[in-house]
Design a protein around this ligand. Structure first.
Ligand code: FRU
Length: 509
């Protein structure tokens, strides 16, 4: 009997190839095994299976926060880039949705953004049902160009625009468009990276289809950096040094680079300035940048579009990794997002600084508070507040995820005036030589006080110091018994030391 076996057809699409993966995903989800994985974050977003990198297409639409992300539907390493998708009503509990944009033929779907086209300028929807429009980079061998896709059913299904690409400069390194509506000049504005040239370009459009170059911005001090990508440009309110609102605003231009970061490997920087609808002008005539995060594991943050105006807030989320050490030892998923963070610009002794704070919704996951000054604190998911006057001559150490043989140390050194995260003894680090290390941030005390907010979630520690003016985001892979918290602060005066265990946002969904 002749049996004809079909060879895998070369015409099989990534979507077809992913059917097997989807079956595994269903089985995995219903086993709820992922709820018990030791390193799976409980309050940070992770894909249930497979690889994730940058957050993409962040948009708020009809009560839902959309989070798309760079995703390999076929495996745990980078490849076959497509847009994964999840939605949330509170930025904490995420509902996974099917893949929104698939790799197709020789086109991978690289990073980009989403907007609500309220006036239906694109013509992809109607005035009554404004479309969601995704603007993303089409990556092909030797070419990166900007393309569109749209949805008229609240992001559940997507159609790639027949007229793609909408901007093609015929170059290889041109990516990561972030688009927003600029009301004063009544047009769409795109900021996009000429990645190898370490510059950004700004484009303007009446309808998301026709784009014209408005200006370019190139910073000082990029010589040591390998490239520029994932830019964002947004306006922020200024708060004074006490955190009180002022009626002033400024614009922030943020960009990421693959090598040359403060802690080694990848990093990010921001510039404070003004934007007139056509051009970004840095307040500092030297165009010097500031550090976004002093930890090693913060990359490609982007802000949400179209957040409710009555809320008046700007929120971003980043990919919690360093490009140098992103082969992290988790399975069958890889990579987590940060906690979504609210942003302001804060007046400090050294000028305006970006201030980041976990969004208020995190507090909804808090269980009863433990007063660390008279009770032992333990936990692998914690929200900790510490306010202390350090001894003038001796360092203080806050240990988290401490076990019999390991600990993650947050060290304030009053002589150097630095706050460091030390993960040299934090747990499993053999997967990469550059993973273990100490990462310092310069910290000026405020009337002698150090104020810390620390979010611990299984395999990450995010430290917000001095009201979020300095942030350190760090991954760690501790052993199963490491859940201790201990303040070792000889000679210090502790004003407040409170910890809230955090409920899992996974089990609640
Ligand atoms: C940053 C990045 C982007 C690109 C995407 C591809 O991590 O390299 O510049 O669009 O990842 O996955």
């Amino acid at each position: 009997v002749g049996v004809v076996t079909a060879a895998a057809s070369p015409a099989q699409t990534t979507q077809e190839l992913a059917q097997g993966e989807l079956a595994k995903l269903q089985a995995y989800r219903s086993s709820d095994e992922y709820l018990r994985e030791p390193w799976r974050p409980r309050v940070h977003f992770t894909p249930e299976r497979n690889w994730m990198n940058d957050p993409n297409g962040l948009v708020f639409y009809r009560g839902e926060y959309h989070l798309f992300y760079q995703h390999n539907p076929l495996g745990i390493d980078w490849g076959h880039m497509s847009w994964g998708h999840a939605v949330s009503r509170d930025l904490m509990h995420w509902e996974p949705l099917p893949i929104a944009l698939w790799e197709e033929g020789d086109e991978m779907i690289f990073s980009g953004s989403c907007v609500v086209d309220h006036r239906n300028t694109s013509g992809f929807g109607t005035a009554e049902n404004p479309p969601l429009v995704a603007v993303y980079t089409s990556h092909r061998p030797g070419n990166q160009s900007q393309s569109l896709a749209y949805s008229t059913d609240a992001g559940r299904t997507w159609t790639k625009h027949a007229g793609n690409p909408v901007i093609d400069l015929d170059i290889a390194e041109f990516r990561d468009p972030k688009v927003f509506w600029h009301a004063p000049t009544e047009k769409w504005v795109m900021v996009v990276a000429l990645s190898a040239a370490k510059r950004v370009q700004l484009y303007g459009s009446p309808d998301l289809n026709e784009w014209r170059l408005l200006s370019e911005f190139g910073p000082a001090g990029v010589e040591g950096k390998s490239n520029w990508e994932c830019p964002d440009l947004f306006e922020l309110p200024i708060v004074d040094s006490r955190g009180e609102a002022t009626d002033e605003t400024r614009w922030v231009l943020e960009a990421d680079f693959g090598g040359g970061g403060v802690g080694g490997g990848s990093g990010n920087e921001y510039f404070v300035g003004r934007f007139d609808g056509n051009q970004f002008t840095c307040d500092d005539p030297q165009r010097r940048s500031q550090q976004v995060d002093y930890g090693r594991d913060f990359y490609a943050p982007v802000t949400w579009s179209d957040l409710p105006a009555e809320d008046g807030r700007r929120v971003w989320i980043g990919w919690m990794t360093n490009l140098q050490t992103n082969g992290t030892p988790t399975s069958p998923w890889r990579s987590a997002m940060t906690i979504p963070r609210s942003l302001t610009l804060r007046e400090t002794g050294s000028g305006l600084r970006l201030a980041q704070a976990p969004v208020r919704e995190l507090e909804s996951l808090r269980e009863d508070a433990v007063d660390g000054t008279n009770a032992a604190v333990r936990g692998k998911q914690l929200d900790i507040v510490l306010e202390v006057t350090p001894d003038a001559g001796r360092p203080l150490v806050l240990h988290v995820l401490e076990g019999p043989d390991e600990t993650t140390r947050l060290v304030y050194d009053p002589v150097d005036e630095t706050l460091s995260v030390d993960r040299r003894d934090a747990g499993f680090d053999e997967f990469h030589d550059a993973f273990a290390g100490v990462y310092p941030a310069p910290i000026a005390l405020d009337e002698g006080r150090l104020r810390l907010r620390v979010v611990v979630d299984r395999s990450s520690v995010e430290v917000f110091a001095q009201d979020g003016v300095a942030v350190l985001t760090t991954l760690v892979f501790p052993g199963p018994e490491s859940d201790g918290v201990r303040l070792d602060a000889p000679g210090a005066e502790v004003h407040r030391f409170t910890a809230w265990p955090l409920r899992s946002a996974l089990t609640e969904r």
